[in-house]
Design a protein around this ligand. Structure first.
Ligand code: SF4
Ligand code: MG
Length: 337
C-alpha cells in the first residue's frame, strides 16, 4: 500500500476458440511518481497485456481480470468504463509504437493534441490550440505556430512520435505508459526521443512504465527493471542490479541481444534458442525450462519441470538455482571462450 501505482496478484485470461489464454499470471509490482519501470520481454510475455489492463483497454467480453490495480489510491480493476474514460488521456496516458495508430490522418496535429485537453479541462478551442502550440514547443517541434495546423502526413516519423508524446502529455498525466515507443525509429532519433521523455518526466514528475523487448533501450532510462516471460515476472531489481548481475538465465539471454550495451559482455553471451511458451498450455514448473540449459543443475531434489519457482519481493529472480550458481553461471557465460 502507499505506492503510486500498485499492481497486486494480477491475472489476465482471454477466451479464444482454442481455449483460455493465460496471458498474465500472479503479477505484482509498484511504480512511484517520477520513477520509470522498464518492463522487458519478448512478444507474448504479457508486458503489453498488463498495460492494457491498467488502462482498461482490454475487451471486457473476452477478457477476465482478477487482482488489484490501484492508481494514487483509486481502485481501477472494478472501475466503470466511465471512470476509466475520465482517467485515460488525463491522469494516465499512453504512447504507442506506431504514431499512426494514435493520430488520425483527417485532423490537424494541433486539433488532435488539443482534443484531450478540451475534453478533460473544458478549455475552449482557442485555448486548446494555444496549449497544442505550447506542447509542440516542449517536444521540440520547430515553428510550432505554423506546424500546429499540419496534418500527420506532413510530419516525419520522428516528428509524429514527438506529436504523439505531446498528445499524451497534454493533460499532465501522473502515469505514462510507453509501449515500444522508439522501435520504429532510427537509432539517432530514438536517442533523441528517449532524452526528450526523460526531460519531460523531470518537468512533469510522471511515473513511466516503459515496455520494450530491448534491454539496451531502457538501460539509461529506467530506474527499475522487471523481466517478463511466458506471462510471468521472472526477474526484477534496480536497473544497475539487473544489468550488472542478472540472476535469471532468460535475462542472460536477453543481454546477449543487446549490442549497444557493453559490447564486450554481450558479444560473448549466447542468444536464447527455442520459442516462447504457449499461453494456452503453459509449461509445468518453471515456464523457461524448455529453453533453459541449466535446468538439470539445480541441487536438492528441486525440479525445474515440476516445481514452479517464485519471484521474491524486491530484488530477485524466479529461478531454482542457488545464489552461488546464479553468480558463477553468469560469470561463466561472459568469460572469453
Ligand atoms: Fe532454468 Fe530451472 Fe532456473 Fe527455470 S528454474 S530458469 S529451468 S534453472
Ligand atoms: Mg507489445
Amino acid at each position: 500500500a502507499g505506492s503510486f501505482l500498485s499492481v497486486r496478484d494480477l491475472h489476465v485470461r482471454f477466451s479464444t476458440e482454442d481455449g483460455i489464454v493465460k496471458a498474465v499470471n500472479n503479477l505484482s509490482f509498484d511504480v512511484e511518481r517520477g520513477k520509470t519501470l522498464g518492463i522487458v520481454g519478448e512478444s507474448g510475455s504479457g508486458k503489453s497485456v498488463t498495460n492494457l489492463a491498467i488502462l482498461g483497454l482490454h475487451n471486457p467480453r473476452s477478457t477476465e481480470i482478477t487482482g488489484e490495480i490501484t492508481l494514487d489510491g483509486q481502485e481501477l480493476t472494478g472501475a466503470s468504463e466511465k471512470t476509466m474514460e475520465s482517467l485515460r488521456g488525463n491522469k494516465m496516458a499512453m504512447i504507442f509504437q506506431d504514431p499512426l495508430t494514435a493520430l488520425s490522418p483527417y485532423y490537424t496535429i494541433g486539433r488532435q493534441i488539443g482534443e484531450p485537453f478540451r475534453k478533460h479541462t473544458g478549455a475552449s478551442k482557442r485555448e486548446a490550440r494555444e496549449r497544442a502550440i505550447e506542447m509542440l514547443e516542449k517536444v521540440g517541434i520547430p515553428h510550432p505556430k505554423t506546424r500546429v495546423d499540419d496534418y500527420p502526413h506532413q510530419f516525419s516519423g520522428g516528428m509524429r512520435q514527438r506529436a504523439m508524446i505531446a498528445m499524451a502529455l497534454v493533460c499532465d498525466p501522473d502515469l505514462l505508459i510507453a509501449d515500444e515507443p522508439t522501435t520504429a525509429l532510427d537509432v539517432t532519433v530514438q536517442a533523441q526521443i528517449l532524452d526528450l521523455l526523460k526531460d519531460l518526466q523531470q518537468e512533469f514528475g510522471s511515473a513511466i512504465i516503459f515496455i520494450t523487448h530491448d534491454l539496451g533501450v531502457i538501460a539509461n532510462m529506467a530506474d527499475d527493471i522487471m523481466v517478463m516471460y511466458g506471462g510471468r515476472a521472472v526477474e526484477r531489481g534496480t536497473t544497475g542490479e539487473v544489468l550488472r548481475a542478472p540472476q535469471h538465465p532468460y535475462t542472460w539471454g536477453l543481454l546477449s541481444s543487446m549490442p549497444r550495451l557493453g559490447g564486450d559482455v554481450s558479444q560473448k553471451l549466447r542468444p536464447i534458442e527455442g520459442t516462447p511458451p504457449s499461453l494456452l498450455n503453459p509449461p509445468s514448473g518453471c515456464p523457461f525450462h524448455p529453453r533453459c540449459e541449466f535446468k538439470d543443475k539445480v541441487p536438492g531434489g528441486v525440479s525445474c519441470t515440476g516445481d514452479r519457482p517464485l519471484l521474491p519481493e524486491g530484488r530477485g529472480a524466479a529461478c531454482h538455482l542457488t545464489p552461488e550458481q546464479k553468480r558463477t553461471y553468469f560469470i561463466e557465460q561472459i568469460k572469453p571462450r
